[in-house]
Each structure stands twice: as C-alpha cells, then as structure tokens.
Design a protein around this ligand. Structure first.
Ligand SMILES: Cc1cc2nc3c(=O)[nH]c(=O)nc-3n(C[C@H](O)[C@H](O)[C@H](O)COP(=O)(O)OP(=O)(O)OC[C@H]3O[C@@H](n4cnc5c(N)ncnc54)[C@H](O)[C@@H]3O)c2cc1C
Length: 374
C-alpha cells in the first residue's frame, strides 16, 4: 500500500511516522519551500489523548527522547492586574505536558521522505493504473497512491476538491503571539505563567516553555540519529485582539506594546525583548466537519477538516489523535482483516464525531478571552 500525505504539519508528520513504523510506503508533500520557512515555534499543551497518540505513532526507541523534551507545566491560573496583583482566579490549579511545536516537528521529520516546494494543486481518482489516486503539484509533478490524505491545514486544497461545501469561517479574532528567551528577570514572572493579565483592553497571556533537557543535547544523548534544534527555555506571550482589531503597519511586538502602556516594567521588557523572527499575527479561522463525502481513497486529517480556535488548546491534540486512529485503521488493511475503503470509512466515522466536538469546545472557550473581563 502506498499513502501520499499532503502537508508536513503535526498531523501529517505524525501519521507518516506511524505508517513508516508499520512498514507502509508513505511520502509527504509540503507546500513550503523549506521546513523552517516560517514561524512554527509556539508551545503546545499536550492532553493525555494527544500524548498517547503521539507515542503510538513514534518508534518506541524515541519515547525517552520525547519525554526528555517535554515540560511539566503546573499552573495556578489567576487573573492578574497590569501590576501583577491577583484580582481573581481562572479555575483550579492544573498540570499538563508542554511541547515546543518546532522541536516536535523536527523529531517527527526524522527518517521521512518529505518533498518540499510541492503544493498540491488538484487530484483525480483513477479507474485503473498503478495507484488509485493521482495527485498533482506545482511545477507539474504528479504522484500516484492508494490513499491520499489531506493534512494540509485550515485552507486545505484537498478539502476544496473532496468537500467543497466545507469552508473555513473567519471568527474575525486575531491572535498576536511571540516569544522571549527565559532569563532570570522573566523567570520572576512565574506567577503570571498560565494566568490572564487584564487591563482596560485585550488580556495578555503568558506561558513558559522549560525543556526537561535542552532538545539538541537530549537527542545527542538519547537518539543520535535525530537532530533537534538548539533552542533554550522561553516565555510565550500572546494577545487576542477582538474583531476589527487590526495591526495596521505595526509589528506584532508594537501591537502588544501599544496595548500595555503603563503596565509592569517586566511585562513590557518581556515583549520588547521578544524574538522578531518568532512573533507573528494569526487569523482565527475554524472549520466544522458536517457533511461526510462519498466513500473513496481520499480523506482529511487535522485542521483540514476540524480547525479549532487556539483558545480550545485542542487542535494539535485532535490532529495527533486522527493520525493515530488512521494508522490503526490502516494496520488492519495490511494485516488483511479489512478492506482499504472500509478502514478509511471507519476512521472518518469516529473522526467526524470527536472532531466536531473539538471545534464546538474551542468556540465555547473563545468569548472569555475576547471580552474585557473587568
Ligand atoms: C498560536 C497557536 C497556539 C496553539 N496552541 C495549541 C495547543 O496548546 N494545543 C493544541 O492542541 N493545539 C494548539 N493549536 C492548534 C494547532 O497548532 C493546530 O491545530 C495543528 O497544528 C494542526 O495541525 P495540522 O497538521 O492539521 O495542520 P498544520 O499544522 O496547519 O499543517 C498543515 C501543513 O500543510 C501545508 N500545506 C497547506 N496547503 C498545502 C498544499 N496545497 N500542498 C501541500 N502542503 C500544503 C502547510 O504549509 C502546513 O505545513 C494552536 C494553534 C496556534 C495558532
């Protein structure tokens, strides 16, 4: 069986690793000219489901490395004023596993065949020939596969053909995000990590990424065949701008600084010292899975079919869950206990159900971040 995965995001790469481990021939096609072509380095909180799905797709020998590059985040989510005084509580203390997306992508890329500068432009289902689907890419390249998986994110080109009625909805909300190396000064902000800092306008959200072991060192010690980026601990800062909140000509840092005038000097310094290459503005668009498409050798995974708002903290976890579920369904095909199209249909049945729930949950969480809570 040959599988073509479109998109080298977390979902597509996780699936490709799982299939590679199962001895299935898999190739990944990515639109970006290079894997590091744009900002991808925010931290993600892994849920128990996401963590188990990721482990299920990774070779066992990399499990110690995965555990070494995580962070045990224990937070007491508070509501703080601009001078870091407690004015309320967001909820009970919670703990979770945090991972850096850029580092995780490097782990997931190891050993895979990834074709970059390969944007899918269309595909056709073949009646005969060596594979069942022919995918077409920019520069005139083509490839055939028994299964085509669109893991190409919220603007999915695969979805545009497979399910043209499923279109992203723009919430109008914008997300400004950046990161700053963790120094002693900013480590002193620990009370604010996981908390919401509120003034008269949009809230500021901080989160820490502290690797159990620096990723590069962890790979050298635990899995020398893996090369991980040389990055240190950092603080992620983010601000959600309500509808019509436009940046104009401002940089993401300027946009945040102009909204935290007079705030605690450490908060301002944190944003001022942010890494401009790792700060950006993102639109929050969602995709809700509604109508199933006709049975066939093309399917979707991750944000391509259930894009959530980041306020749900569940988009990546759900994409990883998809990858592991599809891997397990395809294993039955290689074992000869299920037909390919039945296996894909079973994956879609389950994925539609929990994917729709993930989107609902993330949208319910959005207003609390957008409104002014004071
Ligand atoms: C700021 C922020 C914070 C977040 N925090 C969390 C969190 O804490 N927990 C959580 O679970 N989720 C979180 N998420 C959501 C999570 O990052 C996404 O849900 C997840 O990355 C989706 O993975 P994916 O593989 O489906 O898509 P993507 O990661 O979007 O990958 C899609 C890939 O497909 C490529 N592509 C697009 N079009 C084509 C084409 N035509 N041909 C070939 N390739 C193409 C793209 O270049 C990209 O590499 C967060 C998101 C943001 C923005």
């Amino acid at each position: 069986m040959r599988v073509s995965v479109i998109g080298a995001g977390l979902g597509g790469l996780c699936l490709a690793q799982g299939l590679r481990g199962a001895g299935i021939d898999v190739g990944v096609h990515e639109r970006d000219p290079a894997i590091t072509a744009r900002f991808q380095g925010y931290r993600l909180v892994l849920s128990p489901v996401g963590y188990e799905a990721l482990r299920g797709c990774l070779p066992r020998r990399w499990h110690p490395l995965l555990d070494a590059i995580l962070d045990d985040a224990v937070v007491e989510p508070l509501i703080l004023d601009p001078h870091l005084n407690k004015i309320g509580e967001l909820g009970p203390a919670r703990s979770g596993l945090v991972v850096d997306r850029h580092v995780l992508r490097h782990l997931l890329l190891t050993g895979l065949t990834v074709h970059t500068d390969a944007a899918l432009t269309g595909y056709g289902v073949l009646d005969h020939g060596e594979g069942r689907v022919e995918a077409r890419f920019t520069h005139g390249h083509r490839t055939t596969a028994d299964l085509l998986v669109g893991a190409d994110g919220v603007g999915s080109a695969v979805r545009a053909v497979l399910s043209p009625q499923t279109v992203p909805a723009d919430t109008g909300v914008r997300f400004v995000i950046g990161r700053t190396p963790m120094t002693e000064r900013f480590a002193g902000l620990s009370r604010a990590f996981g908390s919401k800092i509120v003034g008269d306008g949009p809230s500021l959200l901080l989160g820490a990424m502290r690797f159990r072991t620096p990723p590069k060192q962890a790979a050298e010690e635990l899995a020398p065949e893996v090369t991980l980026p040389d990055i240190g601990d950092y603080v992620r800062w983010a601000m959600i701008l309500p509808p019509n909140g436009s940046l104009g000509a401002e940089t993401p840092q300027e946009a945040v600084l102009s909204r935290i005038d007079g705030w605690h000097p450490d908060l301002r310094a944190l944003v001022e010292e942010g890494d401009p290459d790792n700060s950006t503005l993102l639109s929050i668009r969602v995709v809700e899975p509604r109508e199933r498409w006709a049975r066939g050798p093309v399917t979707l995974l991750g944000d391509a079919i259930h894009a959530t708002s980041p306020t749900g903290g569940n988009g990546a976890n759900t994409a990883l869950r998809d990858a592991d579920l599809l891997r397990r369904c395809l294993l039955r095909v290689t074992e000869g206990t299920q037909d390919l199209l039945d296996a894909v249909g079973e994956y879609e049945r389950q994925m539609f159900e929990y994917g729709a729930e993930a989107v609902r949950h993330s949208l319910e969480a959005l207003p609390a971040y957008v409104s002014h809570p004071r």
